[in-house]
Design a protein around this ligand. Sequence first.
Ligand SMILES: [Zn+2]
Ligand SMILES: [Zn+2]
Length: 162
Amino acid sequence: MENILDILRTVAIVFGAYYVLLLFATAVWTYRDIRSRTQDITAQVLAVALVLVLQLPGLVLYLLMRPKQTLAEKYERALEEEYLRRDIEDDHVCPNCQRGTDADFIVCPYCLTELRRRCNTCERTVDLTWQLCPYCGSTASMGTAGAQTIQMPDVARAKVYS
Ligand SMILES: [Zn+2]
Ligand SMILES: [Zn+2]
């Protein structure tokens, strides 16, 4: 009889230890999982407490309630959206080499194609096809798309002739 009790006690201790270990591992897993999903300390503590107190049902609850995306996924998604948004907005493409340029570039920095011109009078960037400068009304530099009238910015000129 003593022997059977001893065996039962040992089995209970082994299972108890196993269960505590499992619970601890689950809590650690929950902590790492919630930390990859939110930086909110309160949410992190609550998630681990939920699992430790309610144990298996707590874990199920946590899995149901945890934020859908990890922070890395969220960051990636935001980056993707930013790229998409920029793609839609960015219709400033060099007609020659198709590379992206800025709205106020005068010359394509890659292939040196003239993109816009600078008004002779007010120095503002104007479209090549405009009949006059919309900023100052000057027609001085307009309508003559010959290469001689191209006004390269100093930086581009320095690049071409150096
Ligand atoms: Zn180009
Ligand atoms: Zn002007």
